[in-house]
Design a protein around this ligand. Structure first.
Ligand code: NAP
Length: 319
């Protein structure tokens, strides 16, 4: 094709994409086509607490059979009990997603006992929240293994059947820390940037393979009040609270599940982060610094205690 024609077609595609994005921005999501996930087999890692538990319950209520993975037996039992009481089919498996062989072995059991996973939610995650030089080597490695490298193993285990059937959905629970860096989160940011890079590159491979019915959704939330980031404070600067509020776990779970139903490739929560993200790409580094100073974002982690010091909060309530 002549280069001039290719340029015109590309520009038309760009204009179309902007118009589509504008319509999606204005149009309430209830007017958009939601896919059915009834009968799908949905696996959620880190389903023993937090948004993993809440997303699992929502997927179950939409008719999916649930497979729960976690390292916490008590957490898994609680999530399984909640879903069973709700009437949904559910199986739970102890699985440390940072252990490659365990992932492959447990995945094989899931295939035998439940069937081919068609929705994979890579949600398990950990955070240290210490200054980089104060974080033990093993903890740095563990963060990368759980938050990023584990995605290699779970996707390798479940993507082949999705590709064979050209049907499936892979969800990456990354973080705003996978787009914007913060101090005291060096290993966490590294792992979440890695998860986002993994996700976006894999998405391109699926497109090149023509497997367009294997959908992918990358989720990048701001801080959520699950307990993982206990002590984080953004209210130092009250207006930041309005632009970037601490997010309720229910809101995040609802948003992620709706994104799955709408086959959204990317979700930033809250929505103001889309603007921040686009602006950040265009800004000189120094201008970005000035905004960070204004928002005092480099102090967000100052009061962090996390789960270990704060103690485990009561399990996230069923909703
Ligand atoms: P959470 O309540 O701590 O849930 C994470 C779950 O993953 C826990 O049940 C945890 O078990 C489990 N887990 C940890 N290591 C694991 C491993 N090696 N294998 C399997 N399961 C493992 O955290 P959350 O706030 O719901 O976070 C869920 C996801 O959202 C994470 O990926 C997190 O990075 C991301 N995120 C969270 C926030 C936030 O502010 N909370 C913001 C943006 C993104 P244990 O409890 O036994 O460790």
């Amino acid at each position: 094709m002549h280069i001039a024609l290719r340029i015109i077609l590309a520009l038309l595609e760009v204009v179309y994409a902007y118009l589509e994005a504008l319509i999606f921005l204005i149009l309430p999501t209830r007017f958009r086509k939601h896919k059915s996930i009834a009968g799908e087999i949905a696996l959620v890692t880190g389903a023993g607490s937090g948004i993993g538990r809440l997303m699992a319950l929502r997927l179950s209520r939409l008719g999916a059979s649930l497979v729960l993975w976690d390292v916490s037996e008590a957490g898994l039992d609680e999530t399984r009990r909640i879903i069973e009481n709700d009437g949904g089919p559910v199986r739970s498996y102890l699985c440390d997603v940072s252990d490659r062989q365990m992932v492959y072995d447990v995945a094989e059991r899931v295939r035998r006992e439940v069937g081919n996973v068609t929705i994979l939610v890579n949600n398990a995650g950990i955070v240290n929240g210490k200054w980089f030089l104060e974080t033990a080597d093993e903890r740095l490695e563990k963060t990368m293994q759980v938050n990023a490298v584990a995605h290699f193993w779970t996707v390798k285990a479940f993507l082949p059947s999705m590709i064979s059937n050209n049907h499936g959905h892979i969800v990456t629970i990354s973080s705003m820390a996978g787009r914007f860096a913060l101090p005291r989160l060096v290993d966490y940011c590294a792992s979440k940037f890695a998860a986002t890079g993994f996700h976006e590159s894999l998405q391109m491979e699926l497109e090149l393979l023509g497997k367009t019915a294997v959908k992918m959704t990358n989720v990048q939330p701001f801080f959520i009040t699950t307990g993982m980031f206990t002590g984080v404070e953004t209210s130092i600067n009250p207006w930041v609270q309005n632009v970037m509020p601490l997010l309720s776990p229910d809101y995040v779970a609802d948003t992620v599940v709706e994104a799955i139903l709408l086959n959204k490739p990317e979700v930033m929560i809250p929505r103001s982060m889309y603007i921040m993200m686009r602006l950040a790409v265009l800004m000189p580094k120094r201008a970005m610094r000035a905004l960070e100073d204004l928002m005092e974002s480099r102090d967000f982690m100052a009061g962090f205690v996390g789960r270990e010091l704060a103690g485990r909060p009561a399990p996230t309530k069923r909703s």
